[in-house]
Design a protein around this ligand. Structure first.
Ligand SMILES: [Zn+2]
Length: 287
């Protein structure tokens, strides 16, 4: 064999090895996604631990955020102009503010508890007993507060967000940056949804017409007594402060004292926590 043929054979060997390595990596990645998909439900339910009555929620501290939040370094959607800070998760259920400017730290995972046995809907264990009590009391009034959606992991939010970006890129022929901006108009950025923290629950319906029901009327009257607030109110001023369109079905747990005060003052959580100035994005999003 001439040196030239040996060189060609050696080159072909290298190409074959690279190809085998790439196929192997792709198969591993594929399996990982497949496993992840089937594990989601189990994974999201696995951290549920029982709590007794209202005792754990009573321990909840209710204080306001004071120190300046640190910017989240290398937020993966900063290329599209999103530059949020890390939310203060140590400030208790009433102090945790999540919106376009504040996201949960990576791998944040609340301790979960199922609300309404058999519903498959989970909330942070500090909120769950309060929802259960509200559900039971409403039922005695002939009102069924069917929980549609509670905790959703950041990972799941991210998968949905990535799918949304890809769909928009394909269907609207946009580049990734513009598609990301468009996606953020239609759903919450990963880590910025209160569902990611297990502190919000969508009740009964996800349609605006929910405001015309007796269930909505009951919640407007009583939710604060159980520590829940209507997080995205209808007024223009509230929408400006929260950066969110009106959602009559989305209730956020903040604890009884904070909820009653927020209701009495008729303010948003941003205003209550003195964070109105920090909400940067005027455009409206739906979660
Ligand atoms: Zn919601």
């Amino acid at each position: 064999m001439t040196p030239r043929i040996i060189r060609i054979i050696a080159l072909e060997c290298v190409i074959i090895i690279i190809a085998i390595t790439m196929i192997g990596a792709a198969v591993t990645e594929h399996n990982r996604f497949k496993e992840e998909g089937s594990k989601i439900a189990a994974e999201e339910a696995s951290s549920a631990v029982p709590v007794e009555g209202k005792t754990s929620a009573e321990k909840t501290t209710e204080k306001e955020t004071t120190s300046a939040p640190e910017k989240k370094s290398n937020y993966e959607y900063s290329y599209a102009g999103f530059d949020p800070a890390v939310a203060d998760t140590s400030s208790g259920v009433s102090g945790l503010l999540l919106n376009r400017d504040f996201v949960l730290p990576d791998n944040y995972k609340p301790v979960l508890k199922e609300i309404v046995s058999g519903s498959g809907v989970y909330l942070d264990e500090r909120a769950a007993p309060y929802f259960q009590a509200m559900y039971d009391d409403a039922k005695e009034d002939g009102i069924v507060l069917n929980p549609l959606s509670g905790y959703r992991s950041v990972q799941r939010q991210k998968r949905s967000f990535e799918n949304m970006i890809k769909t928009i890129m394909r269907e609207e022929d946009l580049d990734r940056e513009d598609a990301t901006k468009a996606a953020a108009e239609r759903m919450m950025l990963p880590g910025s949804s209160e569902h990611n923290a297990g502190l919000a629950v969508d009740v009964c319906s996800q349609a605006k017409s929910f405001e015309n029901t007796k269930e909505f009327e009951w919640l407007s009257e009583n939710a604060a007594d159980y520590g829940f607030i209507l997080r995205y109110p209808k007024s223009d001023e509230a929408q400006k402060q929260t950066g969110m369109d009106y959602e009559p079905w989305h209730y956020r747990f903040v604890g009884v004292n904070a909820a009653k005060e927020i209701k009495r003052k008729g303010v948003t959580l941003e205003e209550y926590l003195g964070a109105v100035q920090s909400v940067s994005e005027p455009s409206l999003t739906s979660s």
